[in-house]
Design a binder for this molecule. Structure first.
Ligand code: HEM
Length: 308
């Protein structure tokens, strides 16, 4: 039974809109439809315990993960510079698993579910197969925060590899340590080694699957590694608005919780049989308080039911 009143921007309505924007391809994820399942390991840092008592983050474990390209179209070209890249991972052992989903921008494109639904509806393709810019432009003018994500992507050069991207958890997560101290953190997942971006022209010359094709070589070379960082909150941070960054976020104190090493490609079915569920968090990392987060778990379950 949904917690959302009938007629409101429910998770189901948002899934329908995501599917419609993507042209309704059957049996695929409503979002981040194109991707590759991988496996790896997580090793905790000594300092993780200062931030969280979560057994997912303070102990070593195996990792199931998936790299992806945003949008609901499984044929999306990896050379498209204006879509998000995603990275979902599950860490922790039996009884204390956590699913963390991060993307290549530090903000979401809508502050509320109503705004998210409206954003998607104005982008539904018209008879020509493209969104009607006469609807998109006035919506953007009156909802300028819905462009923050696209502006961030446009301002950053396209990635050369899934292994070169800085990924963000976007929401403010309450983290509690063994002393019972709770504070908000944001997840930032940073490649180990330099982030090497390429120019737009270099990307154009690549194949439509280059990000996916590159993974195997990178994994064999042992250089798909990420530090999982916790950015620490300050008083007054906007913890309810996922369209804005925290003030001075790039210079925040950050603690390394641990390091993920991707060690192999998994059969895609292993990731496809279930969802990476944002609400699946072991004790020590709580649910972010914003309304976008509250809708995600139900939305992912609906998407799973539709793609089965
Ligand atoms: C209300 C807001 C959101 C909705 C309704 C939504 C919806 C979805 C749906 C339906 C899927 C496909 C699930 C499946 O079939 O397995 C998905 C996947 C994903 N979402 Fe979201 N999403 C939202 C916000 C976000 C945010 C803020 C982030 C970034 C932190 C994010 C990152 C991802 C990633 C990385 C995937 C790929 C999961 C995978 O690899 O299986 N989403 N999203």
């Amino acid at each position: 039974m949904s917690r959302f009143p009938t007629g409101a921007a429910t998770p189901a309505a948002i899934i329908d809109a995501l599917k419609a924007v993507a042209g309704d391809p059957p049996k695929v994820r409503a979002s981040f439809a194109k991707g590759r399942c991988v496996r790896g390991t997580y090793a905790a840092s000594d300092r993780a315990v200062e931030i969280t008592k979560s057994r997912s983050f303070t102990r070593p474990s195996r990792v199931l993960a998936r790299f992806s390209v945003g949008g609901g179209d499984p044929e999306m070209a990896d050379t498209d510079n204006f879509v998000l890249r995603g990275f979902s991972f599950r860490l922790g052992g039996d009884g204390h698993r956590s699913d963390i989903l991060v993307q290549s921008a530090p903000v979401h494109f809508a502050r509320t579910l109503d705004q998210m639904l409206a954003y998607l509806r104005v982008r539904m393709p018209g008879p020509g197969g493209k969104p009607d810019m006469r609807k998109v432009r006035p919506f953007s003018a009156t909802n300028p925060e819905t462009l923050h994500q696209a502006s961030y992507i446009a301002a950053h050069p396209p990635p050369r590899s899934f292994a070169d991207i800085v990924y963000w958890g976007v929401h403010a997560f309450p983290a509690t340590n063994a002393k019972g101290e709770t504070r908000f953190i944001k997840f930032k997942v940073v490649p180990v080694g330099a982030e090497v971006a390429q120019t737009k022209d270099e990307v154009k010359a690549k194949s439509v699957d280059f990000l996916h094709d590159d993974l195997e070589t990178r994994i064999a070379a042992g250089d798909v590694r990420f530090n999982v960082m916790a950015l620490l909150d300050c008083p007054g941070d906007p913890t309810m608005d996922v369209t804005v960054r925290w003030p001075d976020e790039d210079h925040r104190e950050a603690i390394r919780l641990g390091t993920i090493v991707i060690t192999g490609i998994e059969a895609d079915e292993v990731c496809d049989v279930s969802i990476f569920d944002p609400a699946n968090l072991a004790d020590g990392i709580g649910h972010p308080p914003d309304e976008i987060f509250a809708a995600r778990s139900e939305a992912y379950a609906i998407s799973l039911a539709k793609r089965r």
